[in-house]
Design a protein around this ligand. Structure first.
Ligand code: MRU
Length: 347
């Protein structure tokens, strides 16, 4: 199968800095922004200029490499250690960030002279990036086998190329099927409050010639009841050892709707998104974001000033609602706890 490509790069190391596609400006403007320091990288992650679990991990890794470049004269690893600690504090739910920073920390712990350290950290960050592109390809190839010509798929949030260093997770099988001339239609739910479905998924699928229809989150039940939707594919931010899966807020109710309507519910994620230290989804930390994301629409305030707002960015889908998990290593089927354990115990 030929390599499937999308027409943009989410992140790239250029000379001694990082270039990111600023996702807060999409779809109106396609603007690349230079990131010159770990502090700028932290800001980019927090503000969702770069977002999506795998891309947050890659960004964290490049943030650590930037630290080595900025502190190269000091001869001490302490400032790099501090930067890694601060990068860990940017977003709590996507485990890929902690997974990638752990790898960077390991390189630091094995550190040789400072010149070599800088190169070693950059090499590791680039490797994490390249491996992610490869993992996305694997997910695409494995997920492709679940899609027939003429399929209609529903997805939520953005688990596409914009969320990774490659062709995405949930959207990777779609891109592979599309490249093989299978006719695929996608319903994308807009994803309140930050509209990753409307701004990002609709944009990247349309850019790549995939037939996409945008709906509001509250239309999903109606669409599942009245249209033929063959399957739902979503991404993941963290998957516990029993298969419970944290993903963008609104994923859990979608899984309940899927069960009600007899539609298969697939999660697509690389192995870097699994957190086997957690027995179940109950212990996954859920990010709570700023009230203003809900209280205002663009610049216009839409809620009374004194109302209490609760803004969890993720929810947890219990493993019982998941038909299978598509990984780069294969499709994991229920009982998920056993198939996850098998997957991690075989080379
Ligand atoms: O808040 P975001 O935009 O980072 O949330 C992204 C998601 O929830 C994605 O579905 C998930 O990270 C998987 S990305 C391949």
């Amino acid at each position: 199968m030929d390599k499937v490509r999308v027409g943009f790069k989410t992140i790239e190391w250029v000379k001694d800095r990082v270039r990111i596609l600023d996702q807060t400006l999409l779809p109106e403007s396609v603007i690349y922004k230079e990131i010159n320091s770990p502090a700028e990288m932290r800001e980019a992650i927090r503000l969702l200029r770069v977002r999506g679990a795998p891309l947050i991990g890659i960004s964290g890794a490049y943030g650590a490499a930037l630290s080595a470049y900025r502190h190269r004269m000091s001869g001490s690893v302490a400032p790099i250690r501090d930067d890694i600690r601060l990068l860990r504090r940017t977003r709590p739910t996507a485990v890929n960030l902690f997974w990638a920073l752990e790898r960077m920390q390991n390189i630091l712990d094995e550190a040789g002279p400072s010149g070599e350290l800088r190169d070693a950290l950059l090499r590791e960050a680039v490797l994490i990036h390249e491996e992610d592109a490869e993992r996305c390809r694997g997910i695409g190839t494995n997920g492709f086998t679940l899609l027939d010509d003429g399929f209609t798929i529903m997805t939520h949030c953005n688990a596409g190329a914009l969320a990774t260093g490659g062709i995405g997770t949930a959207l990777a099988p779609v891109y592979v099927a599309h490249s093989q001339r299978k006719r695929i239609r996608v319903f994308a739910s807009e994803t309140r409050p930050l509209l990753q479905g409307a701004r990002l998924t609709a944009w990247e699928l349309a850019q790549n010639g995939v037939d996409v229809t945008l709906i509001v989150d509250s239309a999903r039940g109606h669409v599942l009841a009245t249209e033929k939707v063959n399957c739902i594919i979503v991404g993941a931010d963290r998957i516990a050892a029993n298969g419970d899966t944290a993903n963008k807020i609104g994923t859990y109710p979608l899984s309940v709707l899927a069960r009600e309507h007899g539609v298969p519910f697939y999660v697509a994620a690389p192995l870097s998104t699994f957190d086997l230290t957690l027995d179940s989804g109950k212990s996954i930390p859920i990010e709570k974001r700023d009230a203003d994301e809900i209280a205002a629409f663009g610049r216009r305030r839409i809620a009374p000033g004194d109302v209490t707002i609760f803004n969890p960015a993720f929810d947890v889908t219990p493993h019982e609602y998941i038909s299978c998990i598509i990984t780069e290593k294969g499709v994991l089927r229920p009982p998920l706890k056993e198939s996850i354990a098998d997957c991690f115990s075989t080379p």
